[in-house]
Design a protein around this ligand. Sequence first.
Ligand SMILES: *[C@@H]1O[C@H](CO)[C@@H](O)[C@H](O)[C@H]1NC(C)=O
Ligand SMILES: *[C@@H]1O[C@H](CO)[C@@H](O)[C@H](O)[C@H]1NC(C)=O
Ligand SMILES: *[C@@H]1O[C@H](CO)[C@@H](O)[C@H](O)[C@H]1NC(C)=O
Ligand SMILES: *[C@@H]1O[C@H](CO)[C@@H](O)[C@H](O)[C@H]1NC(C)=O
Ligand SMILES: *[C@@H]1O[C@H](CO)[C@@H](O)[C@H](O)[C@H]1NC(C)=O
Ligand SMILES: *[C@@H]1O[C@H](CO)[C@@H](O)[C@H](O)[C@H]1NC(C)=O
Ligand SMILES: *[C@@H]1O[C@H](CO)[C@@H](O)[C@H](O)[C@H]1NC(C)=O
Ligand SMILES: *[C@@H]1O[C@H](CO)[C@@H](O)[C@H](O)[C@H]1NC(C)=O
Ligand SMILES: *[C@@H]1O[C@H](CO)[C@@H](O)[C@H](O)[C@H]1NC(C)=O
Ligand SMILES: *[C@@H]1O[C@H](CO)[C@@H](O)[C@H](O)[C@H]1NC(C)=O
Ligand SMILES: *[C@@H]1O[C@H](CO)[C@@H](O)[C@H](O)[C@H]1NC(C)=O
Ligand SMILES: *[C@@H]1O[C@H](CO)[C@@H](O)[C@H](O)[C@H]1NC(C)=O
Length: 550
Amino acid sequence: MSTVTPRRFLLRPFLFILFLLMPTITASLELSKKQIIARRSQRDLSANISISQLSLSGVDLSTSLFDEFGYTLDSVAQVYDILNVGIQTLLVDLYWNEQLEKFQLCPDQFQMDSSSSSGNSSNSSNSNITSVYTSGNDSAVVCLRSLSFNDLTSFVQSYIKDSDTNLSADLIVLILNLHHLNNTSFAYPEELRGTWNDTLTSVMTNYFDHYMYTPIDLQTDRAIDVNKTNLVDGYPRLSKFLFTNKRRMIPIINQYEIPSYSNYNASMDSNLFFNMTQLNTSFSSFDNTTTLDSIDQIKNKASQNWRFSIDSPSNQFTSDSIHDQIINGYSPLLNHTVTHLSNLSSDLFGNSLWLWPENEPLFINEAFARYSNDSQYIQEAYSCAAMFVQNGSFHVSNCYQEKKVLMMDKQNTYNWTVSDEKVNYFHGGNFDDNKWSFNVPKDALQRASVVLMLNSVDSDTDVDVWVDLNSINVDNCWVTGGPYASCPYQTVSSNRNFVEMMGAASVCCLIIIILIILLRLRPVSIRDNRKHWKKLLNQYSTTNYDGVPA
Ligand SMILES: *[C@@H]1O[C@H](CO)[C@@H](O)[C@H](O)[C@H]1NC(C)=O
Ligand SMILES: *[C@@H]1O[C@H](CO)[C@@H](O)[C@H](O)[C@H]1NC(C)=O
Ligand SMILES: *[C@@H]1O[C@H](CO)[C@@H](O)[C@H](O)[C@H]1NC(C)=O
Ligand SMILES: *[C@@H]1O[C@H](CO)[C@@H](O)[C@H](O)[C@H]1NC(C)=O
Ligand SMILES: *[C@@H]1O[C@H](CO)[C@@H](O)[C@H](O)[C@H]1NC(C)=O
Ligand SMILES: *[C@@H]1O[C@H](CO)[C@@H](O)[C@H](O)[C@H]1NC(C)=O
Ligand SMILES: *[C@@H]1O[C@H](CO)[C@@H](O)[C@H](O)[C@H]1NC(C)=O
Ligand SMILES: *[C@@H]1O[C@H](CO)[C@@H](O)[C@H](O)[C@H]1NC(C)=O
Ligand SMILES: *[C@@H]1O[C@H](CO)[C@@H](O)[C@H](O)[C@H]1NC(C)=O
Ligand SMILES: *[C@@H]1O[C@H](CO)[C@@H](O)[C@H](O)[C@H]1NC(C)=O
Ligand SMILES: *[C@@H]1O[C@H](CO)[C@@H](O)[C@H](O)[C@H]1NC(C)=O
Ligand SMILES: *[C@@H]1O[C@H](CO)[C@@H](O)[C@H](O)[C@H]1NC(C)=O
């Protein structure tokens, strides 16, 4: 015990300086309108793909967030923005504090003030106790003891609720690593102890409830889907998951490092959480990832599910390598410290879709400005997508232009060909027969098989080919299914704008209602020079109230 007090005294000024030096978190994490459209169109194109085959970006929160910005409420609040820029996998380390009987985010033991451990409850700053933790990248960061799993889940929950519309909903994978802290030399005061609702199951159920897709759901889905309409390879299709089951989250426990002597009761966890083997999940380190050079490799990769690749401080992902991982069928998980969180969206994950490269799909006016000068075509409509033969990159093109057409083997989603003749987009289906149909790759592995095919055919003269993807029906709403495919959303407008509009309208309504109530309740408060108004309003309100039949 004698070593405790000096350390604590030394800590105080140090903590203060640390607060001053801590990198400030600038909340500028937002997607541009174009990035939102691009993400949504990739999601919609993968509607019939198994959720286990999706390309998901992710971050390890310990290394990329907390080790740099500290284990504080400010940091945890950033999780909302991280999800908001399209990062769909969160890797979270949780520490079961044996003495406190709850999970904490801070990896450090806490030492109580001797006064408070002897039961002085007037010291109410207990929950604000911080320590200095030396993180993985050797920087000292602040750790707030009271930071619990609940704090994290509350921000994830608000993101899920805010984005729970057909336009914005997407899958979130929450992967937990459970660790253990055991410090018998300190007696924590009773009021800080966890309760029955601090178990993982309680927290997850309290915050996510029906948004979670559990092992029991998977079992049920597998049992009833005898005709394999809603499941592919044993996992639900994305559209079934998001829009039929209305689920948003896959909870997974990866590492379980709580020893058996612990008082942690894990008996309920397996009802709620998947383990890695159940989902056939794999973590590959960035150094060991492979590229796709043959159809056999593609098929082999497709037989695996949830293929995460993880970087490390010594071999870090860049924007280019993240894109490379995505188009080779991996879901990259960032495991290094970022100094500015805004880098996540602007730089690192700025080009993390297998469908559209950065800055695509061009808006109609942008495409017009860029291509219209060189166009030999009288008619122009920049609402159709084509794929570059050289690199498999998608881009917006003039639907009236004549190009060869990309076609898929109806029996084999990795067997593709191009038509011999060139047509405009509207005639893309002309060459359909009982084997081939005008089509578009629906996930990263299908895209890779198209790239292999395009590289092998001799097409020096062709710059690009048509794919079955257009926004003819509604601007910026990209759909597949030929030129007559309709947009599932009436107009593409952000839910948030709608909320803002509603907000302004409700404020107006509220003012009017308050006015009416005031006028009814306190007619004397209205000055004489407003008699006219008062009369009118009173008349209005009384007739209104009297006129409503019971
Ligand atoms: C998904 O499958 C359904 C039924 O087979 C089909 O109507 C729809 O067009 C498909 N959607 C996509 C994006 O492939
Ligand atoms: C609690 O501690 C404060 C100073 O930290 C002291 O003034 C107070 O008397 C203590 N109360 C009890 C009940 O020990
Ligand atoms: C953990 O705490 C228990 C008592 O709760 C003790 O028996 C055990 O030795 C401790 N283990 C470690 C590694 O400190
Ligand atoms: C957990 O339980 C405590 C008391 O038992 C209560 O104060 C708290 O609100 C509960 N938290 C949740 C999220 O239900
Ligand atoms: C499965 O398909 C068969 C034949 O197509 C049909 O008779 C049966 O009703 C289907 N079962 C379900 C559960 O849809
Ligand atoms: C763990 O929790 C389950 C369900 O709440 C309960 O039946 C069981 O007795 C508990 N086990 C221990 C060791 O407390
Ligand atoms: C994962 O869960 C399954 C089913 O509950 C179980 O059979 C298996 O032993 C678990 N694997 C691990 C590594 O915990
Ligand atoms: C799990 O993945 C391995 C490859 O990592 C694959 O060979 C195996 O078939 C998969 N198992 C299931 C049940 O999907
Ligand atoms: C992330 O990196 C840290 C070391 O920097 C390592 O301890 C941890 O296991 C890594 N995470 C994963 C999921 O590999
Ligand atoms: C396209 O033409 C306009 C005038 O018609 C010209 O101002 C513009 O620079 C041209 N753009 C390109 C890319 O050639
Ligand atoms: C793909 O190749 C085309 C030319 O064939 C080029 O214009 C385009 O910039 C390339 N895209 C990427 C993302 O490299
Ligand atoms: C792909 O289609 C070609 C042309 O019909 C056919 O010869 C080949 O066998 C198909 N490949 C596979 C793997 O189905």
